[in-house]
Design a protein around this ligand. Structure first.
Ligand SMILES: *Cc1c(COP(=O)(O)O)cnc(C)c1O
Length: 387
């Protein structure tokens, strides 16, 4: 081994000793099932919350639609940034559809949720900005904050009284305050109180609200537009962010905002400007899904029912957890205990994965049950018996 690599070897050895070594799991997908080492397991770790990504029916319908006469060709690469030659017509169609569905001025499509969160905050902040972010926001938001030139304070998870205290103390010193939260938190599955955050925002003219709905779009709201729709505050969130990679069964992300913010991002957002745009074919698939998402109410209801049954079962077993959604953590404690419990569940035919630091705080390693609409009542019953 090259000497210069030695510290990596030591680091990997330490991770392994702490049972925290990450590997890329190999698995075959088969609808709601996953097959590993010849074993077929119910996939409880997928973000395909409505089962749309694994639907062969939708896939075939889309493929037929793009081959029908009159459709412009949809390349497999955009071959350029959107600022140069990568801005195909299908991008505008998707953005227009999104803006119309949300009833807002504009939408901007981005390459991924990671690009979205690491790019928007540095673009919209400056030295006179203060960012106030929930303690449990996603790693991609933290990376965005690291790229900002401004100060950031992380408030205790969902502690809005603390948030208000900070604002009262600091508001006079900054031209702009950006409050950043997820709507459904990705590891705890609990819900931000968006209406409360909107009320706080309206008390100070310098506040902007940034909400990441990665786990909520497709899943919450009558039309599947997320928790902002369900909470009736789509119009009150300055940067309403969603991703296509989870319930929306595609790849990429979008932000819903006023026209002026979109124009600013097009000029200043480095993760939009300096990257090759998503393939037009992929954007067309996102558009195809978006046009159907309002009609997926039955799937949303089914997912909501399955989720509340599992949460009730957890409560019945005396397992405490914060979830109010389809993401249901079983907090175990140490990384190695979580890993062995996950292995036990996998042997029983349920593909759940251990989530360990640094993804979650030290001492809160957990199994993360991520439910989907295609889990049957019988699947759920067996799962509950086996927990
Ligand atoms: C998954 C996720 C992202 C990243 O989205 P990608 O499109 O997968 O890059 C961002 N924010 C949250 C809260 C997420 O859960």
């Amino acid at each position: 081994m090259r000497e210069v690599y030695e510290s990596y070897a030591t680091g990997l050895g330490q991770l392994k000793a702490a049972d925290c070594l990450r590997v890329l799991p190999q698995a075959e997908h088969c609808g709601k099932w996953i097959v590993r080492h010849g074993q077929k397991m119910l996939n409880l770790s997928s973000n395909d919350y409505l089962g749309l990504a694994s639907s062969t029916e939708l896939y075939n319908e889309f493929m037929d639609s793009i081959h029908s006469a009159g459709m412009p060709p949809l390349p497999l690469s955009s071959s350029s940034s959107r600022l140069l030659t990568g801005n195909f017509e299908v991008y505008d169609m998707l953005e227009k559809t999104l803006a119309d569905m949300y009833g807002r001025e504009s939408a901007l499509v981005l390459s991924s949720g990671y690009h979205m969160n690491s790019g928007i905050l540095p673009a919209i902040s400056d030295r006179n900005t203060l960012i106030l972010a929930d303690k449990l926001v996603h790693a991609s938001i933290i990376d965005g904050i690291r790229l900002c030139e401004c100060r950031c304070i992380r408030y205790r998870h969902q502690d809005y009284s603390q948030l208000e205290n900070i604002i009262e103390k600091e508001a006079g010193s900054y031209k702009r305050i950006i409050i950043v939260t997820e709507s459904i938190f990705s590891m705890d599955g609990d819900l931000a109180q968006l209406q409360r955050l909107v009320d706080i925002k309206h008390r100070w003219p310098s506040i902007m609200l940034y909400v990441d709905e990665a786990h909520a779009v497709g899943v919450r709201g009558d039309k599947g537009l997320g928790l902002a729709e369900e909470s009736g505050c789509i119009q009150d969130i300055d940067l309403l962010c969603g991703t296509f990679g989870k319930a929306l069964a595609s790849a990429g992300a979008y932000v819903i905002c006023d026209r002026i913010i979109r124009e600013w991002l097009v000029n200043k957002m480095r993760t939009l400007i300096f990257t090759t745009a998503l393939p037009p074919l992929n954007v067309a698939w996102s558009l195809f899904i978006m046009r159907r998402i309002a009609d997926c109410g039955d799937l949303r209801n089914r997912l909501a029912r399955t989720s509340s049954s599992l949460r009730e079962a957890f409560a019945g077993l005396g397992i405490q957890m914060p979830s109010q959604s389809h993401i249901i953590p079983m907090i175990i404690g140490s990384g190695s205990d979580a890993a062995s419990k996950a292995e036990e569940m996998q042997k029983k035919g349920f593909y759940v994965l251990p989530i360990r630091p640094p993804t979650v705080p030290e001492g809160t390693s957990r199994l993360r049950f991520s439910l989907t609409a295609d889990i049957s009542d019988a699947d759920l019953q067996t799962l509950i018996e086996q927990i």
